[in-house]
Unconditional design. Structure first.
Length: 254
């Protein structure tokens, strides 16, 4: 069956361990990035179809093509998967993801200037540790996010790097700051020569470089740079910029 049809999405949801708090904590960083990306994508669809009041956790297909319905047998299986899950908005997004697959399978024309698959970041987040709860913040069982507004999420920087290896590389304990190793200029204007992170956990500092072995290994380059002993400079970058460089390294090694 084609990827655009609902059964593969249903099977992904069926395979999620919704109570796996340990995995949620292990993947806290990537889950937060994936949730932010979902909020950004959903905001684009909400604005385009005047559904701002339904944002953020809503059935996008209901606004795009209300005439498209989920097959009854699929709907019944989905409701069995969702039994007992909370909050209600989580169940709504699961229904939305499956119905979006139905819409895609119907072959209708969709706007090309909007994110192609708004639910994919959210599905990946579910697969990396289950769901969420919403109070004053969005609680991801290991990370807390401000919801923001449609407008603020529309202006957020996209996070297109969704490959599992890249997401795994972003997950680690502690407070993390990323740096790009460059010769001259700004890493945003070209490709950095390497990615380094400084991780502070329980009062201890760990400096690590992402190596050609596609893993983080100890490095003293940041300390040497601070002492003025390195020819290359290191400048701070965002985790999204770091993710792009990590994914490039993964692709080159594949």
């Amino acid at each position: 069956m084609a990827v655009g049809l609902p059964l593969p999405v249903l099977e992904r949801l069926r395979a999620v361990d919704w109570g796996d708090d340990a995995t949620a904590y292990e993947h806290a960083n990537s889950r937060a990035l994936l949730m932010r990306e979902y909020l950004r994508r959903a905001a684009g669809w909400a604005r385009a179809y005047r559904a701002e009041e339904s944002w953020p956790f809503f059935d996008i297909a209901e606004h795009v093509a209300p005439e498209v319905r989920m097959p009854s047998e699929v709907a019944a299986e989905l409701e069995a998967v969702l039994t007992g899950l909370a909050p209600s908005s989580l169940r709504k997004t699961c229904r939305g993801a499956v119905r979006w697959a139905v819409l895609r399978g119907a072959g209708g024309e969709l706007p090309r200037d909007l994110p192609d698959d708004p639910y994919e970041p959210l599905l990946l987040m579910y697969e990396r540790g289950g769901g969420y709860f919403v109070e004053e913040f969005i609680d991801l069982n290991g990370a807390m996010l401000r919801l923001g507004t449609v407008e603020s999420n529309l202006s957020a920087r996209p996070f297109p790097t969704l490959a599992p290896a890249t997401l795994d590389a972003l997950d680690a304990e502690g407070e993390i700051t990323y740096f790009a190793k460059i010769g001259e200029g700004d890493p945003r204007a070209g490709r950095p020569r390497g990615i380094v992170r400084r991780r502070v956990d329980d009062g201890r500092t760990y400096d690590e470089a992402f190596t050609p072995n596609l893993r983080w290994e100890p490095t003293d380059c940041l300390r040497l740079n601070e002492l003025g002993h390195n020819e290359a400079d290191h400048v701070g970058i965002t985790e999204i910029e770091a993710a792009a460089s990590i994914e490039l390294a993964v692709v080159r090694t594949a």
